[in-house]
Design a binder for this molecule. Sequence first.
Ligand SMILES: *Cc1c(COP(=O)(O)O)cnc(C)c1O
Length: 350
Amino acid sequence: MALNIEKIAKSKISDVDFSNLKFGEIFTDHMFECDYKDGEWQTPQIRPYQPIAFDPSAKVFHYGQAVFEGMKAYKDKNDDIWLFRPDQNQERINKSAERLDMPAFPKEFFFEGLNELLKLDSQWVQKGEGDSLYIRPFVIATENCVSASASTNYKFMIICAPVQAYYAGEVRVVFADKYSRSANGGVGFAKAAGNYAASFYPARLAAEQGYQQVVWTDASTHEYLEEAGTMNVFFRVNDTLITAPTSDRILDGVTRKSLIQLAEDEGIKVEVRPVSRQEIVEAAKKGELKEMFGAGTAAVISIIQGFADQDQKFELPVMEDSYALRLKTRLTGIQQNKLEDKFNWTYKVR
Ligand SMILES: *Cc1c(COP(=O)(O)O)cnc(C)c1O
């Protein structure tokens, strides 16, 4: 596969304070990009990370035709770099793209590009406890035309940001009963940029009430608990772990599916089925709701301390041997190549 590489003259890495990183604010020396025009993907390239110029009429600015991914790379004690289930992200960005009427990006380009980029920027993958490189592939519509139809031109890019363990502080959530992030037949299952834009306002209203996240409910009845902010959500009732099945409203998270498999492997009873707010409120009242947590690449697992269902507020117990901590330790251990990878999930960067 042809890939043009233009290296940076001098790395910016010595200017970076790796012990004091804000999530997703500092980017590595290089970026990967590939343009789609005349019905095909052109020769991909890696260039120094830099601003890119677009015509103001580029369709992404007007119609939000854009999809993205989020993944992480870890460095082990031998300085090998590992990705976690990258095939899942590669497939998912194309599923998202299809729903937004965008062309699929070739698998070979994705893996070659990512490998080369990570080799060039390998210094940026730190190996301290909790350190990783957050990888953001994305595709945007670049045709210069404001007619409301799918673009003829696109740009696929990968940018990378060194990050530290993500800790959101104490998290309390509110169950949504007015706004929705997705609907039947909609784009909720896709990592479409606009899903995020639409969630910011309800998230701000929740923040003004003292809640760090909204637990999204199904749009038609607001009775079923589907996702927590931009994460999948798990509940532990007594000793059973419960999470909603994926659907066209719920994003099929890599963290979610990995946690389900790990929990089952640990002998934890897992139920993948619709979870009603009524069930969770009743479990909380009876003291049977032991844990609630979000799952996603950035934070891996984000523990939820409390929740509000309309006017009722609940606090969750502080668990000594929580499923959240057990599963997070196991999952991050595999991701960092510290624990046995019995499911063959990790991918070594060449
Ligand atoms: C990205 C995302 C997740 C988590 O997916 P991972 O593959 O685990 O990172 C969950 N929900 C939504 C809405 C997301 O966009």
